[in-house]
Design a protein around this ligand. Structure first.
Ligand code: HEC
Length: 587
């Protein structure tokens, strides 16, 4: 076997390092001829964001493999066949500034699912690449040279993720400022075609903006962020403690839970529980993701957490039951009861949340756990808990399990199917919630390359992945005879965002024009959407506002207020009082 990429992939953080000519470690791509006269990174940044480029010249630079290696790692036609993400809609996905950064400092933000995986074999070889396939038998990595390498499980000594992108730094250095700007212009022009956008009612080509947007007011003046490290982690969830109007719990991905009490003087912040030594949050959307309170919380003080741990060399999702202290002020410190454990195949798409339904059962979502494309068809496979919405009874135990399966679960008693499954065909269902008036289960599933989707989910339904991505056919590899698919209520394309965050149906002020409107948002575009539906078909959709931070979650309290959680550390309360859902800004 041959090593794909250099043993140690040096991350060049600034051009200063490039000057010190550590360039040989920049993959086997045609590398930059850097001279001492090369302009600084800032010069490229400033020039490319203040000048226009030429799309055609940029396209030929992109394709010019003598000069740049872009086309070796990136397709632009939606095939996604190479090591890097397909860039067919990258101009929708990123603004100019972010495109410039993506090329200048690839490792600053790593596109989910495209992180570098490092595998050491027992024979002492080391491979680096993007994970393309992972099964019990082994895995496949695609290296910077575009070659696919298969490594059998018995040969693997260690597998780990890296915070360094496979994409080389320093590509810009072979380009003049104008050429770099042309390349940027080309990337900015890569857009999803409009013609497809209007083909389905639930997939709007246009999302009207409210005349007066809903405002987002900081709910706690202080930011709730752990000290930043190179591996970025942030807030994931926000909940009111039931029955305690002014007491809230804020979850941080690394495993911290803070208790925040609103007082007349401001707020009191205390540590409610610290699980940082147990929670795995190093790579991907993993870590402490969400919590739920038992329906009889006031009597039994029980609550449930969903997080990842690293066990036997695998990222593993666990649901645990814990208990409040008798005074309801902190975690009791008693050992957690582990309810369920689900082992991931890759490190992505663990699904985000859990919640009790109006029926008193615990609903849990699980993603397909990757890699990209769900190449093993997890989400359509009823023998696995991956890519599913599960429903279990935590108040009973049966068959030696710490939980029981409710008697009306759709696949109970069916051969070749896990009885815990309530619905299936999900990719990375990050957030769902129940409408407290109708009981409707609204779920938002994060898409891969083309569409983000929002659905109302019923018992036994198949929501399509990876046969469909949103409304669009994706692959027939795991399509099974006789299966029917439920379409989303709403899906959106890249020009509106890249990662959907499900919210809540607004049930605050009954007089408000937003009463009964479902709210959701997008993590990357930071937009908040409001929508109404009839019999599962989209009726009205609006962009109702936005927040300044990554929109990672929504919270709601007993009074029906809605909160938006900013990944970087702020909690915002949405203020609907000055806005009207029916007043749209004229075009
Ligand atoms: C050795 C393979 C390789 C080469 C060469 C390469 N890239 Fe990449 N690129 C990647 C990988 C892998 C990622 C995803 C990881 C990351 O975000 O850094 C990526 C990410 C990106 C992104 C962000 C895409 C997204 O959806 O987040 C852009 C834009 C990009 N590359 C543009 C370029 C351009 C322009 C070039 C040529 C100058 C180039 N790349 C060369 C592998 C490569």
């Amino acid at each position: 076997m041959k090593t794909l990429t250099p043993r140690v992939f040096v991350c060049l953080l600034s051009l200063a390092f490039v000057w010190s000519s550590e360039l040989p470690s920049l993959a086997q791509a045609p590398t930059a001829q850097v001279t001492a006269q090369s302009p600084s990174l800032d010069a490229y940044r400033i020039f490319a964001t203040t000048h226009e480029g030429d799309v055609a010249r940029g396209a030929s630079l992109f394709a010019n493999e003598q000069k740049l290696a872009c086309a070796k790692c990136h397709s632009v036609d939606g095939r996604a066949s190479t090591a890097g993400p397909d860039l067919f809609a990258v101009g929708d996905k990123f603004g100019r500034r972010d495109l410039v950064e993506a090329v200048l400092i690839p490792s600053a933000t790593i596109s989910p699912g495209y992180g570098t995986v490092i595998v050491e074999t027992k024979a002492g070889e080391e491979y680096q690449g993007v994970l393309k396939q992972a099964t019990g038998a082994g895995l496949q990595l695609m290296g910077a040279d575009g070659k696919l390498v298969s490594i059998a499980t018995p040969d693997i000594k260690e597998q780990r993720g890296s915070t360094v992108s496979l994409m080389p730094e320093g590509s810009h250095a072979v380009l003049s400022l104008q050429e770099f700007t042309d390349l940027t212009e080309y990337l900015a022009a890569l857009r999803q075609p409009e013609s497809i956008l209007v083909s389905n009612h639930g997939l709007p080509g246009l999302i009207p903006v409210l005349a007066k947007p809903v405002t987002a007011q900081p709910f706690f003046p202080q930011e709730l962020q752990l000290p930043r490290s190179r591996v970025q982690t942030g807030l994931t969830a926000f909940h009111q403690v039931p029955g305690f109007g002014n007491v809230f719990l804020v979850l941080h991905q690394k495993g911290m839970i803070w208790r925040m009490e609103k007082t007349k003087a401001g707020e009191e912040k205390t540590v409610f529980a610290d699980l940082t030594s147990e929670v795995f949050s190093l790579r991907g959307p993993n870590g402490l993701l969400d919590m739920a309170f038992h329906p009889k919380f006031h009597q039994n003080r029980k609550y449930y957490l969903k997080y990842q741990v690293f066990e036997e060399g695998k990222v593993t999702t666990v649901i645990v039951e814990k208990q409040f202290t008798a005074d309801f002020k902190g975690d009791s410190g008693k050992p957690a009861r582990r309810i369920i454990k689900i082992v991931s195949v890759a490190e992505d798409h663990s699904g985000g949340c859990l919640a009790f339904g109006p029926d008193g059962f615990l609903y849990i979502v699980m993603g397909d756990t990757g890699p990209h494309n769900d190449p093993n068809g997890h989400a359509q496979n009823l023998q696995l808990l991956l890519g599913k919405l599960l429903r279990i009874d935590v108040d009973r135990t049966e068959d030696g399990l710490p939980y029981a399966v409710p008697s009306d679960n759709p696949f109970l008693g069916r051969a070749g199917a896990r009885p815990e499954i309530w619905a299936y065909g999900f990719r990375n269902p990050w957030r769902f919630s129940f409408d407290r008036v109708t009981g409707d289960l609204w779920l938002a599933d994060v898409g891969q390359d083309r569409e983000e989707e929002v659905a109302i989910v019923h018992r036994g339904e198949n929501h399509g992945w990876n046969v469909y991505e949103g409304f669009e056919p994706f692959s027939n590899e795991y399509r099974k005879e006789g299966r029917t698919f439920t379409t989303p209520v709403f899906a959106y394309k890249r020009k509106f965002g890249n990662s959907v965050t499900g919210g809540h149906v607004y049930r605050g002020d009954k007089q408000s024009s937003f009463y009964g409107v479902y709210l959701c948002g997008d993590y990357t575009s930071k937009r908040i959407f409001g929508l109404t539906q009839e019999n599962g078909t989209l009726k009205n959709i609006r962009q109702i506002g936005s927040i300044p931070q990554g929109l990672v979650s929504f919270g709601s309290d007993e009074a029906g207020h809605i909160y938006a959680v900013g990944y970087e550390g702020m909690i915002y309360q949405l203020d609907f009082s000055e806005s009207c859902f029916d007043e749209i800004k004229p075009e």
